[in-house]
Design a protein around this ligand. Structure first.
Ligand SMILES: [Zn+2]
Length: 271
């Protein structure tokens, strides 16, 4: 699933191609991808608008429009946004095509159909429940400590809870916990202030590093130019079950936490 570094990469790489462009049309190959408003209204309110800004909140991409409204896209499990020449045909996984006035198209591909689009006047109607952005200045070790207080859930589950911190998913939660030497099943409230400080540092480090490597292409993530990211080549534990821990050589273990496979080193991240 695309997480913060993947969505941030898509935002950065789309920006020069779409800022200031006008939307000339939208082709919906699968209407279920539009969550709000109705399909008819989605078309009529979107067409003719200029893209005045592109932002990210958690794993949501936010296209600011000249009307003051915003087009919000979530790629969910398997979505990708590909920039194509206007002559490119959709493939069987293309759910929507956004046509731009520079002979370019944005193809929203999504094999599993979990992805979604909203056209809204107030972005908070979609993203209100998200927790703080982990790369923002206001995300401090103290804030993380406060948010983990009285939380008995495993720290791994808390890290991918979007209302606690926005943008972290399964892969980067595993990487951050390994880097901080913390077992994924530790209750959030049990972490000492020193451990929280280490975890805070690790979260920012793994996210920045993954953005530098243009995201991780472990399954279906593509950059807008169709190329893959390389962040997964830097993974220490995520998706590396059975392989030796890069620090101590112990085989990396896999443990289901809230139905997601969690990878960790049983030695470096002892309970
Ligand atoms: Zn180890």
């Amino acid at each position: 699933m695309p997480e913060l570094p993947e969505v941030e990469t898509i935002k950065n790489e789309l920006m020069p191609h779409i800022l200031g462009r006008r939307l000339t049309g939208v082709t919906l190959c699968w209407e279920g991808i539009v969550r709000k408003p109705s399909v008819a209204e989605f078309h009529s309110r979107l067409i003719g608008q200029e893209i005045t800004g592109l932002g990210r909140r958690g794993k949501y991409l936010i296209f600011n429009l000249s009307s003051g409204e915003a087009l919000i896209i979530h790629l969910k499990m398997t979505g990708s946004l590909l920039l194509s020449p206007a002559t490119d045909e959709p493939n069987k996984f293309t759910r929507a095509i956004i046509h731009l006035d520079n002979n370019c198209q944005l193809h929203f591909r999504d094999p599993r159909k979990f992805g979604a689009m909203w056209l809204v006047a107030d972005i908070n109607s979609v993203v209100r429940k998200l927790g703080p952005e982990p790369l923002n200045e206001n995300f401090t070790p103290q804030l993380l400590l406060e948010r983990l207080a009285k939380r008995k859930a495993p720290i791994k589950a808390l890290l991918f809870d979007q209302s606690l911190i926005a943008g972290i998913g399964n892969m980067y939660a595993d990487e951050a916990l390994f880097s901080a030497g913390i077992h994924p099943e530790r209750p959030g409230e049990s972490l000492s202030p020193e451990e929280v400080e280490r975890l805070h540092h690790s979260i920012q480090e793994v996210l920045w590093s993954a953005i530098g490597n243009k995201g991780a292409s472990v399954d279906t993530y593509f950059r807008p130019n169709g190329k893959l990211g390389t962040a997964h080549f830097q993974f220490q534990v995520a998706h590396r079950g059975g392989q030796p821990c890069p620090t101590c050589g112990t085989p990396i273990a896999r443990l289901p936490i809230r139905n997601r496979g969690s990878y960790f080193c049983p030695n470096c991240q002892a309970l």
